[in-house]
Write a protein that binds this ligand. Sequence first.
Ligand code: SF4
Ligand code: ZN
Length: 558
Amino acid sequence: VKDYQSKGIMTFMVGDVIEQCAEGGVKMGLELRVIPLGHDVTSVIHVVTVAIRAALIFGNVQPGNLAALLDYTKNRVPAFVNTFGAIDSVVVSAGAGAIALGFPVVVDIDLGENQVPGALESVCDHAETVKKSLELRNIKIKVKELPIPVAFAAAFEGEIIRKADMKVEFWSAKNTTCELVLMKNMDEVEDHKLVIDGPDIDSGDLEYALATCVYVAGKKMQADFESVIERKIHAWFNYMEGVMHTGQRNQVRIRVSNAAYDAGLRLKDFAEVLYVMIMDEFDAVVDKCQITLITDAAEAEKFRDEVAMPRYNQRDDRLASMTDEAVDRYFTCIMCQSFAPAHCCVVTPERLGLCGAVSWLDAKATKELDPAGPCQPILKEGCTDEKLGRYASVDEAVNKYSHGALEHVTLYSLFQDPMTSCGCFECICGVEPVSMGVVITCREHAGMTPLGMTFSEMASMTGGGVQTPGFMGHGKHFIASHKFIAAEGGPGRIVWLPKILKDQMRERLDKTALEMYGVENFTDMIADETICTEDPEQLLNFLSEVGHPVLSMEPFDM
Ligand code: SF4
Ligand code: ZN
């Protein structure tokens, strides 16, 4: 189980293995990718459900289409089964089910000539179980051997470190923190020079300042890639077992657990992790990398105020000036095709990928890092309708990258050939016919919306790379863009948002609404779950009360 965990593989456990893991000190839970399902063999159905739902949601397989379902699970759900100990008739039946779905079964008893190569195989030496299982699904994992005293794997990203388990903390609310990746000239960077400026975490204090300064240089490096690399610091620090990281820039909180400290984890390991990961993931643009971690309070503050803050501000100015009009190309992203085979995102400066994780800058960097990879440029050519955001070159690209599944996609419309959704969108919007507005909900909000549907019910209307006019998945930040459903009137159409999303978007949404409609405090005019959940009339009353701009817009041209 630990071996699978360190390889980033999600492990579902059924039976006595759960107790064995608990006794062995394996930490469990969804966020750690080790999930106990139950003691009875039949509880395996919970994980089968996940595989089948993946086919229905991401693969757009229609319920009842068994052939398409089995094809999807076999080719796109890279699962396999390990059994330990004697197998009875129930286990055999469950195993046969797994094999039918295309999931090979590895047993630890000798089946002799009853083995079915590729589907049912005996591996009696447990040291070989993991290797054989991965081979059967052709899963190749690049394991990074880092010279640090704790484990390093994506599976630890969700680990929470509570105060009682905490050795030291770096937290912006108490001490200076900042993280900056800065591009330098080749002769200004000494490769693999790691410096700790100030006390290390074994000096006896519980709280420290921390300025993480990463200097990179490379012939193909661009200033635009600084923030792309910088954002990964969050993940990399989290991957260390016993380290928790939240935030970014000058708002950071890092905790180190007692266990990690006792294992010998110190600041030089943090620096080493950054160095190894940057040179591994960004080797196409970074030739040299030097890292300084400043814990000296005065030095950290000086670095934050004199170097980091001005750089963040410069980047923000650049981002603000980066409109769809200001660039000559957009990018495709087909990263989600491994599970949503017909899906293609079109990423523009003002419309980030619907997962929220791929901005135009990220896409541009991805193209540089992996020239034949998932992000390919779409030159802005052949605009036939500016308002809809309709381009011949966009149509051509989505047609090509969706393998013919899509012919037309517009950038700014909810009704006319809207962009497709793979299924991993941060938000989903849908038309509210009474007010002629749109309702948006997000993954974090499990509750009802005035459309009479929850996030997951709305999500099941789209996904799988199909176009569903009137419903569309999108990233959070798209909401506050001038281009959000611009063809239908823009963000002024938004009539309902969950409170949590309102709070996240308020500042930018208010600014956009002021610029577009001359309306102050627009976010306050939008209803949320504290104002109404199910009744469209109640929603309409609220909108009239506050004088919401949607009331003076034309009805939708549906
Ligand atoms: Fe790429 Fe995100 Fe779109 Fe997936 S959802 S294709 S990762 S931009
Ligand atoms: Zn996706």
